[in-house]
Design a protein around this ligand. Structure first.
Ligand SMILES: C[S@@+](CC[C@H](N)C(=O)[O-])C[C@H]1O[C@@H](n2cnc3c(N)ncnc32)[C@H](O)[C@@H]1O
Length: 359
């Protein structure tokens, strides 16, 4: 299976030529084993030969006849040793592992003081490599299956190394740990408790290893709640009959409920998850500012608060809400009418404001 394939790099034509002197194989010298075809060389063809495997002359995967009948399944590829041929097998071509997926068990166990808390975590080196593809130092890594938190760890470590500002969103199902597992013995009742602890420990370690790093090692924790249960019963109304209908009672939301509503709205309005809303005191009434929005979710609003808000928008160049978002359930009809009229009054000198009611 030794022969030379002449390649025309302009037309892609491949011409196989049997020029292989078997008696010269022991010399391992291509110049003796192969004979150049002067005619093809003069036409600009480039000779491609099998090269070496180790120190010995190698041979092609296919014999000359197979090559001739399947030349369309052969491509020319460039390697560090020059051009070579790639032969496509028919049928199943087993996928090749291009990234080693080595386990990060040792690494994770070390972080948890020797406790093998998590089975088969990925290694931070693998995640760092994946995160480095494309070179974006501002990326947001979204890991829906966070497990032991390797992605978060790798994001923080990379930022500390190169001053990047990558962020991570680490999602973990509220899955209990196996009652017989090392994790449970160590006191972790859910996988998420492991995720959270890993992120804290990794951040502390990276801070120690990189005392000059200025990147943000903090994180915020969000929990999803059913949108149609508990105090949010009726909020996402999927009733098909009147008997199924549950009226939503917005007045019944407690502080946590209001916080959940604001978090949902802020995310819906495109505010980054790591940005908090600012509480704004309007002469005794608290509204919440984020981006170009001012959210009104508390009851107890009267005209005095509205005037304070409008005056502040007019006079304070740093206070720049443009959309007034009102939680309908917390206001009566009269309040809503007055609020909307004040915001939309045609003789106002400030920029146009938008009045939005949400239910
Ligand atoms: C193989 S582990 C991930 C390991 C992780 N890459 C590491 O290095 O530790 C998969 C994780 O996904 C979680 N998981 C499974 N289904 C999920 C879902 N629907 N949403 C969020 N997490 C989920 C499991 O609880 C488990 O922790």
């Amino acid at each position: 299976m030794g022969y030379t394939v002449y390649w025309n790099n302009k037309t892609g034509e491949l011409v196989p030529v049997y020029d292989y002197d078997k008696t010269k194989i022991p010399t391992n010298d291509p110049a003796q084993v192969y004979t150049d075809d002067a005619g093809l060389l003069s036409k600009g063809f480039i000779p491609i030969r099998p090269g070496f495997r180790g120190k010995k002359l190698h041979r092609w995967r296919w014999g000359l006849e197979t090559f001739k009948s399947r030349a369309h399944d052969v491509s020319v590829v460039e390697t560090k040793n020059g051009m070579t041929l790639k032969f496509f097998q028919s049928g199943f071509n087993a996928p090749k592992n291009i990234i080693s997926c080595g386990s990060g068990t040792k690494e994770t166990t070390k972080i948890f003081d020797g406790d093998p808390i998590f089975e088969n975590p990925k290694s931070t080196s693998l995640l760092s490599r994946l995160l480095s593809i494309g070179g974006d130092k501002e990326l947001v890594a979204l890991d829906f299956f966070s497990g032991s938190g390797t992605t978060a760890h790798a994001v923080m470590a990379l930022n500390a190394q190169d001053g990047g500002n990558r962020k991570h969103i680490s999602v973990q199902l509220d899955e209990p740990t196996d009652p017989k597992s090392e994790a449970r013995k160590a006191g972790y009742k859910t996988i998420f408790e492991i995720t959270r602890e890993r992120i804290k420990r990794a951040a502390a370690k990276i801070r120690t290893d990189h005392p000059d790093a200025t990147c943000d090692f903090g994180f915020k924790e969000f929990k999803t709640i059913p949108a149609n249960e508990g105090q949010f019963a009726g909020y996402m109304d999927d009733a098909e009959t009147m008997e199924d209908y549950t009226p939503f009672n917005g007045m019944a939301l407690d502080d946590d409920g209001i916080q959940a509503l604001l978090t949902t709205w802020a995310a819906y309005d495109g505010l980054p998850l790591n940005q908090s809303l600012d509480a704004v005191d309007l002469d005794g009434y608290t509204a919440f500012a984020g981006g170009d929005k001012l959210y009104f979710v508390n009851s107890g609003l009267n005209i005095k608060h509205i005037v304070t808000m409008l005056t502040r928008i007019d006079e304070d160049p740093t206070f720049t809400p443009r959309k007034i978002v009102v939680f309908h359930h917390r206001f009566n009809d009269k309040q809503l009418r007055e609020f909307s009229e004040a915001v939309n009054a045609p003789n106002r000198k400030h920029l146009q404001l938008e009045f939005i009611q949400r239910f």
